[in-house]
Design a protein. Structure first.
Length: 300
């Protein structure tokens, strides 16, 4: 064989290249696809699918009439409206202020920046009951903040407004920690180019920054909403738990369990799961649409 033929058959770094039939399978750290997928499905079923299925099976075990009666009682419906309504509102508020906070942490330098960055994770580490007691002490009529708001007729503790404050507190880190890495990876040259072409700040934000951040914002919104819907510990102390006024749905489930009304508890839980799944599915669909739209615009 000539030297030219040997060189042409050589692979990277001068090594001979193997024919397709002689190539060895790539070495992988994890086992093959079948075993990995099987373990994934087993773990997912054991941890998530089986408990969720048990909720629906238990709630439907006594018939549709019993399920409907437990899930559609006026007191329970009022708790649905309160929990889902305030969870959506808290996630929307965190969407705005979480973006501002993440922007400040990424784009600016100021004294105490590392301390502020560490405090954002406090709701993750703080026990929810401790957070609820602390918020109640602050916003009660004789608390530090509650005493300042009382002369203006603003009552926070033991009202739906107190529930909103607690849900904002526990949901803020989800928005900040989801948006912050995207902002860190975003190239500021795009904003500078837009400014050099005469774009105003709002135009730069709306046309350059926001399309890139939209998938991350929607993800953070979904996470904050999901956490707020099922929150119990930080809300139970500040809510007041007045029937038809400040009773959250998780409290209704606990009350049913304490009365040994397992059918009623699982029926309420099943309704919460269905509502949450539909809302999260819609948010994820919107996120996927936004990602595809941004990708198409980027290729133009």
């Amino acid at each position: 064989m000539s030297s030219h033929a040997i060189a042409s058959s050589a692979g990277p770094a001068g090594l001979p290249s193997l024919e397709p039939g002689q190539r060895r399978a790539k070495r992988r750290v994890l086992p093959g696809f079948g075993l990995t997928l099987g373990f994934t499905l087993f773990y997912l079923g054991l941890i998530i699918l089986i408990p969720l299925s048990a909720v629906f099976i238990k709630s439907a075990g006594h018939g549709a009439d019993a399920f409907w009666a437990a899930a559609s009682a006026p007191r329970v419906v009022a708790s649905y409206k309160l929990s889902f309504g305030l969870s959506l509102l808290a996630a929307a508020i965190n969407l705005v202020f979480g973006l501002i906070l993440a922007w400040s942490l990424v784009r600016y330098e100021f004294p105490g920046k590392k301390l502020v960055d560490a405090l954002i994770d406090l709701p993750f580490a703080l026990p929810t009951a401790v957070a609820g007691i602390a918020l109640t002490a602050l916003y009660a009529g004789n608390g530090w903040l509650g005493s300042l708001l009382a002369p203006y007729g603003i009552k926070v503790a033991f009202t739906p407004l107190g529930i909103l404050v607690a849900l904002i507190f526990i949901g803020l880190p989800f928005i900040v920690r989801t948006v912050q890495p995207v902002l860190e990876d975003m190239e500021t040259e795009l904003e500078e180019a837009a400014a050099s072409l005469g774009a105003h700040r709002w135009q730069t934000f709306r046309l350059v920054v926001l399309p890139t951040l939209t998938p991350a914002l929607l993800t953070g919104f979904a996470l904050a909403f999901a956490r707020a819907v099922g929150e119990y510990g930080s809300v139970i102390f500040i809510a007041g738990n007045l029937p038809m006024v400040s009773e959250i749905t998780p409290l209704m489930i606990i009350s049913k369990l304490e009365q040994y009304d397992y059918v009623g508890a699982t029926a309420i839980a099943a309704v919460m799961l269905m509502f949450s799944f539909v809302l999260l599915l819609a948010i994820n669909g919107l996120q996927a649409w936004s990602s595809r739209r941004n990708g198409q615009e980027g290729r133009k």
